[in-house]
Structure formats: C-alpha cells, structure tokens
Design a protein around this ligand. Structure first.
Ligand code: SF4
Ligand code: SF4
Length: 144
C-alpha cells in the first residue's frame, strides 16, 4: 500500500445496490478484516472501513454519498481525501455469481476517480469458487 501519502485512513467499499438487497456484505467485511482479496497488503489495524452502496442504477448517488463522507471526515477528523481509498466491490467490478460486472462501472469510475479525485481500486471479497470458475473460463474475469 504505497500510493496513498501517509497511508490510508479510510477504506470505502462501494457495493451494488441491487445485490445488497439480498447480501449483508459480510464477506466484504470479512475480507477486509482478514486483509485478503482486494484488501491484501493493507496494514493490520488502524484502518477504518466503510461499506456503502451505489444507491442504485446508474450509480449517481455514489457521488453525493462520497462528497458527504469527505466533508464529514475533513470537518470532524481533519482527514483529507488523500487518506481515503475506494474499492469497487467484487460484485460491481467482476463477472461473478450474482451476474456480469456492473454495466455502469465506467460511470462509477468517472464519478469516484474522475470527479472526486479519489484513489480507486477494484475488488473486495475473493471467492475461491469463482476464482476456479474464472480459471476454467466460466467467468470472463474476477469473481464475487
Ligand atoms: S462482493 Fe460479495 S459480500 Fe461484497 S457486497 Fe458484493 S456480493 Fe456482497
Ligand atoms: S449501477 Fe451497477 S453497482 Fe449500482 S445498482 Fe446498478 S448494476 Fe449495481
């Protein structure tokens, strides 16, 4: 984890609003807790973790949600956006059990990295079953 000056303070995971109608997000949290999958390489301890959904297609609400977060972080804790890293959850970023990648993924990238200038990564939970399907060519990329 070297591309965030001073190291990240907040790791935010943007999850699919539709998928989260049925998913608690537990496996994303577990992956963060274990520093596995998309969170591999983060230092143990000291990091805050905030999952939120995109707000539903086309994902535009994520801009408002993250703007609110950045304002609160700056005002209450003096944390700047250079200390925040955003991940697109695996169910947003990759072909997986729940379906193909988000059809608005590039729009989400534009909002998060382009408009808000936040550090953006792809992936959260890495499912062994999905990884096996990817290796076997069943999934086009990634996993859930
Ligand atoms: S990546 Fe998995 S655990 Fe995380 S929100 Fe999507 S479906 Fe749920
Ligand atoms: S914009 Fe993408 S991530 Fe958000 S609800 Fe729609 S399909 Fe899911």
């Amino acid at each position: 984890m070297t591309d965030v000056p001073g190291g990240p303070a907040y790791v935010v995971v943007v999850q699919c609003h539709i998928v989260k109608e049925r998913c608690s997000g537990y496996l994303c949290e577990l992956a963060f807790h274990e520093r596995s999958g998309g969170f591999e390489g983060y230092p143990a301890g000291g990091l805050r973790f905030l999952p939120l959904t995109c707000g539903g297609c086309c994902g535009r609400a994520v801009h408002r949600k993250l703007t609110n977060l950045l304002r609160q972080l700056r005002k209450r804790e003096g944390v700047g956006k250079d200390r925040v890293v955003v991940h697109l959850s695996s169910c947003v970023a990759n072909d997986n059990f729940h379906g193909p990648p988000c059809p608005h993924k590039e729009y989400l990238r534009t909002l998060i990295a382009g408009k808000l200038g936040l550090s953006l990564r792809e992936g959260s939970r890495t499912s062994p079953a999905a990884a096996a399907r990817r290796a076997g060519g069943v999934y086009r990329s990634g996993d859930g």
